[in-house]
Design a protein around this ligand. Structure first.
Ligand SMILES: O=P(O)(O)OC[C@H]1O[C@H](OP(=O)(O)OP(=O)(O)O)[C@H](O)[C@@H]1O
Ligand code: HPA
Ligand SMILES: [Mg+2]
Length: 176
């Protein structure tokens, strides 16, 4: 499922997240993670997976009073010939501070969602002892995430507030 699937009507299988909803769900995630770090419950640092992870990471860092925040940038590539044998690969474009990260112990790694799990799979290989948290999770990616708030079906596309704008829409039954 992609954002531009031609067989999908705009109001079908789209989960539209407002800024307010993102704020509430990110706070719910912070609440769930509070006190679960290895150092008397505290987390050493938060690492956001750019770009989508930066919004929830900021909210969670504020709630959990974590001042050390770094980023990792992962880009997915689609390779292969025809549609059937297309494979998605991920590559790290920018790493967080090496000394800070170690093997990931005490580090909270945040993303907005896990879909196929490819992005988290790559980051997990690098920091096996980190704690991985996302706000939303689709079933395929769930094994890659330690904590998430809302499960979404695999065939649903999540529209985030930074990708949307308010605009007029026709009523479902049209106008006279
Ligand atoms: O589980 P996966 O199938 O790997 O997909 C999930 C990732 O895809 C999206 O990021 P994207 O790479 O589109 O970049 P962005 O965050 O910069 O928008 C999303 O923010 C996750 O990071
Ligand atoms: O459902 C999604 N929404 C936005 N970005 C994504 N990247 C992978 N899956 C999604
Ligand atoms: Mg992302």
């Amino acid at each position: 499922m992609t954002a531009k699937d031609p067989n999908r009507l705009p109001h079908e299988k789209g989960f539209h997240i407002s800024w307010d909803q993102m704020h509430r769900d990110s706070r719910a995630l912070a609440w769930r993670l509070d006190g679960r770090g290895p150092d008397d419950g505290a987390w050493r640092a938060i690492v956001a997976i750019t770009r989508g992870g930066m919004a929830p990471a900021m909210i969670i860092a504020r709630e959990l009073d974590v001042r050390t925040v770094d980023t990792i940038s992962v880009k997915s590539y689609h390779s292969g010939g025809g549609k059937a044998d297309q494979r998605s690969e991920a590559k790290v474009l920018k790493s967080p501070d090496k000394e800070l990260m170690g093997d990931g112990t005490g580090i909270l790694i945040i993303d907005d969602l896990v879909d196929s799990g490819k992005t988290l799979e790559l980051v997990r290989e690098l920091y096996p002892n980190a704690h991985f948290a996302t706000v939303y999770a689709k079933p395929k990616g769930e094994p890659m995430v330690d904590t998430f708030i809302t499960g979404v079906s695999q065939d649903t596309w999540i529209f985030f507030p930074w990708d949307m704008a308010l605009q007029y829409v026709e009523p479902y039954r049209g106008t006279d």
